[in-house]
Design a protein. Structure first.
Length: 208
């Protein structure tokens, strides 16, 4: 549906925008904390990349699992939880130097960053459920659907046409019965054999 697609993409755009802003703010909070604790400038910039990289990597694994309606690897959850805790700690430490209120506000970007990923996972899971419900075929590895039974009136029409054609000296082949009446090949073969046997008094071989 066009409306569903518009809502979905609008949600994705909003989630990505908020996550990008929150990640940027959280990154600089962590850089400030790490460098203030004595790390060199270059190393101070790498710490937040490592922390946020763990969160992104674990979240992508969870998103992929949700997209395919599979159970996520167990390692993704502790890595995600650890990354979130470290990010929250860094942001709280950043704001704590200015008091409790500042610490509470400083933690907002980290919560927004993590919350956006959870929203995205919920959206992907919902899309996967809808796609699975709309799929015409069963899951991979399922037994093939049974061949539909040809209505009796179709077989009777094929038999009547075959008898008329045989009386005219040009009986339909198996391929012709399959093509004209959509009969399964096995059923067309059995029908032709039976009709010709009844007409000729013996089973005719071949004729395919």
């Amino acid at each position: 549906m066009t409306g569903d697609r518009a809502v979905r993409w609008a949600t994705v755009a909003a989630v990505v925008a908020v996550a990008a802003v929150a990640a940027y703010v959280s990154y600089w909070h962590a850089v400030t904390v790490v460098t203030r604790l004595g790390e060199h400038d270059a190393i101070g910039h790498l710490y937040p990349v490592t922390i946020d990289g763990i969160i992104v990597a674990a979240s992508m694994v969870l998103l992929d699992s949700a997209r395919h309606s599979e159970a996520a690897p167990w390692l993704a959850w502790p890595l995600l939880a650890g990354g979130v805790l470290v990010t929250l700690a860094a942001n709280v430490t950043y704001g704590a130097r200015s008091g409790l209120s500042a610490a509470a506000w400083a933690v907002v970007p980290a919560l927004a960053f993590v919350g956006c990923y959870e929203l995205l996972m919920l959206l992907v899971r919902a899309s996967a459920r809808r796609a699975g419900a709309a799929a015409p075929s069963g899951p991979p590895g399922a037994a093939p659907a049974p061949v539909p039974v040809v209505p009796r009136n179709v077989e009777e029409a094929a038999e009547k046409a075959l008898r008329l054609a045989h009386a005219a000296g040009n009986p339909h082949s198996v391929n012709a019965l399959v093509s004209k009446f959509s009969l399964p090949r096995k059923q067309a073969t059995e029908l032709r054999t039976r009709v010709l046997a009844e007409a000729n008094g013996h089973y005719e071989q071949g004729g395919r």
